[in-house]
Ligand binder design. Sequence first.
Ligand SMILES: [Zn+2]
Length: 489
Amino acid sequence: MSSEQQSRFVASITPQSQDFPAWYNDVVLKAQLADYSPVRGCMVIRPYGYAIWESMRDELDRHIKRTGHENVYFPLFVPRSLLEKEAEHVEGFNPQVAWVTHAGGEELAEPLAVRPTSEAIIAEVVKDWIQSYRDLPVLYNLWNNVVRWELRTRLFLRTAEFLWQEAHTFHATEQEAADEVATGLEAYRAVSEEWLAIPVIRGVKTAAETFPGAVYTHTIEAMMRDRKALQAGTSHMLGQNFAHAAGIKFLDRDNQQKAPFGTSWGFSTRMVGATIMAHGDDSGLVLPPNVAPTQLVIVPIFRTDVDRQTVSAAIETFERSLADVMTASGPLRWKTDWREESPGFKFNHWELRGVPFRLEIGPRDVAAGQGVLVRRVDRDKQPVPLDGLAAQLPELLSAYQAGIFQRALDFQVENTHLADTYAEFKAVLEKDGGFLMAPWCGDAECEKQVNAETGATIRVIPFDAPDEPGKCMICGNDSPRRVLFARAY
Ligand SMILES: [Zn+2]
């Protein structure tokens, strides 16, 4: 492809304001994060997308291990009889399960589910490992892939197969399990806010949105640039449901046989989609420096061979100063783009990929001992002395990371509205969208009606919302506090 063709290719990203889903697909495909595959609903994650996933995966893994969990592996297949042991669980997942019915040229005596999640098989296995209170807590985490047969799929956001982690824990007391649910949610909050620069609202799901088989589900919800909500991680209190179903019992300190309390929590490749949609703009990705596969790209500017040599010598000197630069997410990740393309082509190429900083160095810059540093998020352009720039980069990247977090937080606050009546609610939802804090009585029928009539759901009953007695906007019954409604991914 020629430079000119390439420029047109980049320019052909659909503007966000025109069609946000089309913008999203253009960015995912053109920044080469992922591609469609020959298997319906399943995606191929390309190197640039996989590097972003690895960064968030590794950071979450550090949180998981720091809080005492161990990584383990369980099989891809779950025998039907196991999946059916917990009634609500199987009812919730059955429509999405892919079954293996034949293998080795024969029909299997019992069909095997391709795991949609691993609660059932883990409970069955650990029942032999948990005999006494001394065997508790069990704090396991799995990094794996799961399959949920989705009818409508979107790259990263909803795919039939996806990558994730699922933590599964067992505890002697309900309180310990409740503390564990909070530990899982805090890991997700930290990774979302501090690594991905995505502010989140923490809280509890309504009964209708609770994980099948769980007693309650805690969640973090984030706002995307189209003002829709995205569930960014969930942590479930399973109570004794799976322990009873699998017959797990332990001898407690008081010599009584008891069933342990369980939790599970999961975070998936949909967070790559969240990172794209929480920060991106009409030129493509805007990546937080902590996850950006390339944090700084150097673009040489020259016309003649003489200029090329001058610029090249200055860049080599500058590159040597980058060798020891340590950022918040490890050694500085940088590239110099010597490809035989125009500077304009290269600017588009790296802007599309969301590289936080670009350093342009031409012959006149070399003469002045400087380069031109361009910030991706707002295209702020400053001449900077090359001498000493390397030492400033960690701080510049940290400030960039903090800046895009604040930008996303301001956007979330600006687009969160109060509504007291259903008429007001519908008007704001149609006109502005965003998060709507509205009174609700707690009845699933009122919740269902709002969803059926407006497409919005109760995303979360926020922990941090104040008690604020009011009247349910649907039925008029008492509402103890506002809950957060939004249209969601
Ligand atoms: Zn109501």
